[in-house]
Design a protein around this ligand. Structure first.
Ligand code: ACO
Length: 323
């Protein structure tokens, strides 16, 4: 049994904020941001627009793309670090918003690696036969936890949501053509927990807090961790960079993506890049990028897609999916 992707969808808030608009408010420039990160603009949620609202719209788009009814969904795994409330899980607000009141819905928190962790979690539930159909969602409103006076972080992030519908399906058993999630590899190492964190929370400070990051330190570890966990995926499957049709990395920074692809010998034309238009949307970035590459016709049925992410914790992970 494999977890096959039936469809994907995404949602971006209406408001676009360009680098020039940021430069009018803080001491930065379009040139600095583009050169260091590749980011040109990002979407920012409107007042009163919550993570669950973005997630519901992305989920509805994914369900429409898959051509299945919301009532057929038995499991919702929602990756977010910016939930509507401390509890209940944002996933249950999404479940309710979709009119579903059976099955299970829960949040998963692995910061920027959240979508890969959520995909791996749902995949395991589907392959054991526990559920037949799942929604895997990455949804964030990082604009709410940014320190808008810290130019080192506030220029990097954006808001958005993306989702995929997975279905447990019997496959013929041909390693080269079987569709679905082929393999997932997840890692974390809490020794790095103070390099990228939010300085608030219900138990520690009873505040929401703001994102804090040692950018250089994150950068230093990113490429090595990303490439290691992709090599794990290659070693587990016998696949390699040439087998890959599309590389859809977490969209944090163009330099990290370019360096990772280069180190793995993945051809630049196979890399899906959205960081220029979306910024870093944390757990939402991969399903947002998948939706872009599906809609513009790049990712086709049968293509082998490599996903990877790295983020706060540190957490990092990879997934190979035959679309
Ligand atoms: N505009 C202008 N100048 C800035 C800005 C800004 N927005 N931000 C920082 N600077 C200045 C700094 O103040 C510093 O000035 P100084 O030399 O006078 O002190 C100078 O630029 C260099 O600062 P650094 O932080 O050393 O800049 P660096 O070259 O490391 O670039 C960046 C910063 C882009 C954050 C980089 O470290 C990076 O990309 N790190 C990876 C972090 C990342 O992508 N995190 C995302 C979350 S984790 C993930 O998703 C993988």
């Amino acid at each position: 049994i494999r977890s096959v992707v039936l469809g994907c969808g995404s949602y971006l808030p209406e408001q676009v904020v360009t680098n020039a608009q940021l430069a009018a408010r803080i001491d930065t420039s379009d040139e600095w941001i583009v050169q260091r990160t590749g980011i040109r603009e990002r979407h920012i949620a409107a007042e009163g627009e919550f993570t669950s609202h973005l997630a519901i719209k992305a989920a509805q788009a994914a369900l429409a793309d898959a051509g299945v009814d919301a009532q057929s969904i038995e499991l919702i795994v929602l990756a977010t670090s910016t939930p509507d409330n401390t509890f209940p899980a944002t996933a249950v607000a999404v479940q309710h918003g979709l009119g579903i009141n059976h099955g299970a819905a829960f949040d998963l928190q692995a910061v920027c690696s959240g979508f890969v962790f959520a995909l791996a979690t749902a995949d395991n539930f589907l392959r054991t036969g526990a559920y037949k159909r799942a929604l895997v969602i990455g949804a964030e409103t990082f604009s709410r936890i940014l320190d808008w006076n810290d130019r080192g972080t506030c220029v990097l992030f954006g808001d958005g949501a993306g989702a995929v519908v997975l279905e447990a399906q019997e496959q013929p058993g041909n390693a080269a053509t079987d569709r679905g999630v082929v393999t997932t590899h997840l890692r974390s190492d809490g020794r790095h927990k103070a390099k990228l964190f939010v300085d608030g929370g219900p138990s520690s400070t009873q505040t929401v807090g703001h994102l804090r990051m040692e950018g250089r330190e994150v950068f230093k570890h990113a490429v090595g961790m990303i490439t290691d966990v992709i090599v794990d995926a290659f070693n587990a499957t016998g696949l390699n960079a040439d087998s890959i049709d599309w590389f859809v990395p977490h969209q944090a920074n163009k330099r990290i993506i370019d360096a990772s692809a280069h180190k793995l010998h993945i051809a630049p034309e196979k890399v899906v890049l959205t960081v220029d238009r979306h910024g870093n949307t944390s757990a939402a970035s991969i399903p947002l990028a998948l939706s872009v590459a599906r809609k513009d016709g790049r990712i086709k049925k049968g293509d082998l897609v490599l996903l990877e992410a790295m983020g706060g914790g540190f957490t990092w992970g990879s997934a190979l999916v035959r679309w």
